[in-house]
Ligand binder design. Structure first.
Ligand code: HEC
Length: 195
């Protein structure tokens, strides 16, 4: 019992440390990439459907659908298709508007076809989160790094191509330097409002 309590305390500490680092990183890493800002092409004739996320598009993880260890949503009404890909052992390409998150502070968002072939059209985000909501600290394709200095795109591009940059534990990416225990805690203390 004592050992369990101690272990939980250590894990909580690690989670808070990770969060503190995330916030510090966010401040340092400030600077939106203007090339990734932009119009939402939905409905525009002759252009493919797109989704340029705004801060309010990133909500508490509990409002998203959990698939195994990660959370998924879609802001272009393609959630069923996104879930089909996520749940298929054969993988597939996620539809435009898909948001995937492992922790509240990081996200990958599927943009229009051709947005960036090098990232399979994913845009990566480093976010800061608080009870008042989400702030986008950094967004982009090949330059966004996580709180440990690791480049999102280089790590995720190692995933087996059929899984469209989604790493999980066994798709071929280098592992994260924190364990599942810490990730679960960071997920469970998402401070943003649920409604
Ligand atoms: C060291 C390599 C590495 C780096 C750098 C990295 N990730 Fe990941 N990421 C992983 C691994 C491995 C997983 C799966 C972990 C798990 O399932 O517990 C993962 C999981 C995720 C997931 C959930 C879906 C999936 O792929 O399993 C998202 C979303 C995500 N990362 C986004 C990001 C973003 C955004 C960045 C940059 C800010 C980033 N990652 C940087 C390796 C990395």
């Amino acid at each position: 019992m004592i050992r369990t309590t101690r272990r939980r305390a250590v894990l909580l500490c690690a989670a808070w440390l990770a969060l503190a680092l995330a916030i510090a990183d966010g401040v340092e890493g400030c600077g939106n990439d203007p090339s990734t800002e932009g119009g939402d092409a939905r409905g525009a004739s002759g252009r493919s459907e797109d989704f340029a996320a705004r801060a309010t598009d990133f909500r508490n993880l509990r409002t998203m659908t959990k698939v195994r260890g990660f959370y998924i949503d879609n802001r272009r009404s393609h959630l069923a298709e996104a879930l089909r890909v996520a749940n298929s052992p054969k993988g597939g390409t996620y539809p435009v508007g898909t948001i995937i998150q492992l922790v509240p502070q990081e996200a990958m968002v599927k943009r229009r076809k051709g947005f960036d072939p090098a990232t399979n059209d994913w845009e990566f985000f480093f976010l800061s989160v608080s009870p008042t909501g989400t702030v986008i600290e950094v967004r982009g394709t090949d330059k966004v790094v996580n709180r440990f200095g690791g480049n999102c795109a280089s790590c995720h591009s190692a995933a087996d191509p059929k899984f469209d940059f989604v790493c999980e534990h066994d798709h071929g990416c280098a592992p994260l330097p924190i364990g599942d225990d810490v990730i679960r805690i960071v997920q469970s203390i998402d401070p943003r409002p649920v409604s």
